[in-house]
Design a protein around this ligand. Structure first.
Ligand SMILES: NC(=O)c1ccc[n+]([C@@H]2O[C@H](COP(=O)([O-])OP(=O)(O)OC[C@H]3O[C@@H](n4cnc5c(N)ncnc54)[C@H](OP(=O)(O)O)[C@@H]3O)[C@@H](O)[C@H]2O)c1
Length: 257
């Protein structure tokens, strides 16, 4: 197989969370462009339908599935529903994420539980459901979790988010070593500061905006389209020998002192 051919996702079926906007949306459309059939997961059916249309416009296939990932029971329904519609799932990208920016003395247990459930536990549940099917079918698979600069670094006021993103690194490494023998690869992508709804308050704050631009060696905020090709790579055969890694797509942020 030629090198470029190894990046193709023909005959692969993916579940992508956070597919309604931002980074997850860009990844979902890129996977569809690479040939995968994609189950788009989010809460907002209208946005998901728009993304499905975008995938169709470039010759791909994507189907919308609504689920609230803060509800573990709703998460359990996603893979069976996607498999009933698309067939056996072999790829996962868990891009859904939420944050709360509050001083750590005021951070509530309820917020901790919600943020951990959406950002980390829902990804774990989906990975388990997909892996059970892959192992039963003796089929290879690939999973990608969207981590963060906060998977390895810290800033004030994002305690729960940071805890959830460090948890994802443990998830990536554990599943990678446990499932490597079953030909299931598990990796993470840590984006730098990317311009999306999640970071709009930061982007709109002139001081913070300037800090990000100045602190990022490449000298700008990232775009969702900067992240999507890395997800295609990790999902594909091109990354056949890559597992248990977290790839920083951060404009050089973590390389700089
Ligand atoms: N933007 C950045 O600078 C940055 C940097 C590092 C890491 N990340 C990570 O990248 C991922 C995507 O972030 P983004 O910036 O693209 O954020 P975003 O634009 O706010 O999108 C968040 C996505 O998560 C989904 N989501 C949130 N809560 C959900 C819930 N309870 N149930 C189902 N889906 C839910 C949203 O879907 P609905 O609202 O339609 O349900 C939406 O699709 C997150 O994991 C984030 O932590 C972002």
């Amino acid at each position: 197989m030629g090198t470029m051919e190894r990046f193709r996702l023909t005959d692969r079926r993916a579940v992508v969370t956070g597919a309604s906007r931002g980074i997850g949306r860009a990844i979902a459309v890129a996977l569809a462009e690479a040939g995968a059939e994609v189950a788009l997961v989010g809460r907002d059916l209208r946005s998901l339908a728009t993304v499905a249309g975008e995938a169709a416009d470039i010759g791909g296939r994507a189907v919308a599935f609504t689920a609230d990932l803060s509800n573990p029971a709703a998460v359990e329904g996603i893979v069976p529903a996607a498999e009933a519609k698309l067939g056996p799932i072999d790829l996962l990208v868990h891009a859904a994420g939420v944050t709360a920016r509050v001083p750590s003395t005021a951070a509530t247990l309820a917020d901790f539980q919600r943020i951990m459930q959406v950002n980390a536990a829902a990804g774990m549940q989906l990975a388990q459901a997909i892996a059970r099917g892959l192992i039963q079918r003796k089929a290879p698979g690939s999973m990608v979790f969207i981590c963060s600069l906060m998977s390895d670094r810290a800033r004030p006021t994002v305690l729960h988010y940071t805890m959830s993103k460090t948890a994802l690194v443990g998830l990536v490494r554990t599943l990678a070593v446990e499932w490597a023998g079953a030909s299931i690869r598990v990796n993470g992508i840590s984006p730098g500061y990317i311009e999306t709804e999640l970071t709009r308050p930061l982007h709109d704050d002139p001081g913070f905006n300037q800090w990000v631009t100045g602190r990022t060696p490449i000298g700008r905020w990232g775009q969702p389209s900067d992240i999507a090709p890395a997800a295609v790579y990790l999902a594909s055969e091109a990354a056949n020998f890559v597992t248990g890694q977290v790839l920083y797509v951060d404009g050089g942020w973590t390389a700089a002192l």
